[in-house]
Design a protein around this ligand. Structure first.
Ligand code: EPZ
Length: 417
């Protein structure tokens, strides 16, 4: 199993490039199943989660080819309707095939995703949306079995804002008969990106950028070639690296309007930011100011940057509070950060962080994707050597993170232990 050996140093400078967004590409891959033909996704990084999804699409009968950042998905021969446990248990986003399978094959069997390191993460909202569209759902032998002779447009009221349920319901509703209206739909950029792809394929969805979406069902969709949006969470992770460093860092190929909540909090922490059309330069402060954050659905502060921002606050002069309302149990990184001599205490879903001037290198263990990123950031800022094990978590969502960070002066070595 690979691990990172990190020699701490905050002496970083230069520019760092952002790849395509994992959380937009995963639903785009499922969306490609809706057309009987070959769709092409551009700006696709080489990530473990995307390989897992490719594997799943092949199991369903699609052909998937990946070369030099371009992914071709030919779903002409989509014929199997079962997403097996081995794949769904590796990656929850596998549940995205539920909507397209129901829409095209009228039946789906998808293994029920279990809990994961960031909490229980139910899929009830996905299932209620499919039922509203006319599917009959049975839970049997660890599988969701969904059948719908015909999907019919309906009103769907989401009790809670959910990225995954909104996207899954959209993928089913576009081929349903009649009009669907969604209320309290999620507004994350990855939802907008899915709507953009679906509309380019011939779907009729209006209301993008709001919580109310209207979908006029169509008979069929066409394949498409589309460029994937930049990864706002990778960009945000690199902006936080910039805030922790001693010289300006420029994050290139990002979309600044996707990062407004983080930009506001980085300014509160004392950073200066120079924002261009597709790049942001962060000029770090001499002293990091304590800043409180509460994670919320978009456009609020993203839960996927909570762990990384906690590392920044561990270096602030004073006390900050970090509350996660989206995934209240997503604090596995706290105990590991305290091994690096951070001073963080937990009260339910609120972390109280007493800033310390310098973390101290140690051996730590990655527990999930964003927690791993936080540990890498902490190791880069700590005095001495930090070893982060179980970094396969980070390879799920960051493309060659050590190469990218070494390009701005980090000293990270990948070792096969
Ligand atoms: C997506 O997960 C992302 N994953 C997550 O990123 C991200 O943290 C999350 O959205 C929130 O932004 C992908 O895009 C593949 P949700 P998703 O449904 O869709 C509750 C990463 O690190 N809920 O918006 O699963 C849920 O428990 C990953 O890249 C229900 O109660 O998240 C949570 O409290 C981790 N019932 C809230 O809604 C449901 O049926 C929001 O979750 C579904 C969700």
């Amino acid at each position: 199993m690979d691990r990172f050996i990190i020699e701490g140093s905050r002496d970083l400078s230069g520019s760092i490039n952002v790849s395509g967004a994992k959380n937009a590409i995963l639903p785009a891959m499922a969306t490609a199943l809706l057309a009987a033909g070959k769709s092409t996704l551009l700006n696709v990084p080489n990530l473990i989660d995307l390989k897992t999804m490719s594997h799943l699409l092949r199991v369903l009968g699609a052909r998937v080819e990946y070369e030099a950042g371009s992914m071709a998905i030919d779903a002409s021969d989509l014929c199997y309707n079962e997403a097996p446990y081995e794949l769904v248990s590796k990656m929850r986003a596998s549940v995205y095939v539920l909507g397209p399978l129901l829409a095209r094959l009228k039946e789906a069997r998808v293994s029920f995703p279990g809990g994961c390191a960031i909490g229980t993460r139910p899929v009830d909202l996905h299932l209620k949306a499919m039922e509203a569209l006319g599917a009959t759902i049975n839970l049997e032998h660890g599988y969701i079995h969904a059948v719908a002779k015909e999907l019919k447009g309906a009103d769907i009221h989401f009790e809670k804002s959910s990225v995954g349920a909104t996207i899954n319901a959209l993928m089913a509703a576009v081929l349903a008969k009649g009009t669907t209206r969604m209320f309290n739909a999620a507004m994350e950029p990855e939802v907008d990106s899915t709507i953009d792809m679906l509309n380019q394929m011939g779907a009729r969805i209006t209301g993008v950028g709001s919580t109310t979406l209207t979908i006029e069902g169509v008979e069929s969709l066409n394949p498409v070639e589309i460029r994937m949006i930049p990864d706002r969470i990778e960009a945000g992770t690199f902006l936080i690296v910039g805030a922790l460093s001693t010289a300006p860092i420029t994050v290139t190929n990002c979309q600044p309007d996707h990062l407004e909540a983080l930009i506001t909090q980085l300014r509160s922490a004392g950073c200066e930011l120079e924002i261009e059309e597709s790049s942001i330069t962060v000029i770090p402060p001499k002293v990091i100011k304590p800043t409180d954050i509460i994670t919320l659905p978009h456009p609020g502060f993203p839960t996927d940057l909570q762990a990384q921002f906690t590392v920044l606050m561990a270096h602030a002069e004073g006390i900050s509070y970090v509350e996660d309302t989206v995934f209240p149990d997503r604090f596995m990184h706290v105990a590991e950060l305290n091994r690096l001599q951070a001073n963080i205490t937990m009260n339910r879903n609120v972390a109280t962080i007493k800033g310390v001037l310098q973390l101290s290198g140690a051996e730590v263990m990655a527990t999930d994707l964003r927690a791993s990123a936080a540990l890498v950031l902490a190791g880069m800022a700590a005095k001495g050597q930090t070893i982060v094990s179980r970094i396969y978590h980070i390879d799920r969502g960051y493309d060659r993170i050590e190469e990218k960070l070494n390009g701005i002066g980090a000293r990270i070595t990948r070792e096969n232990a």
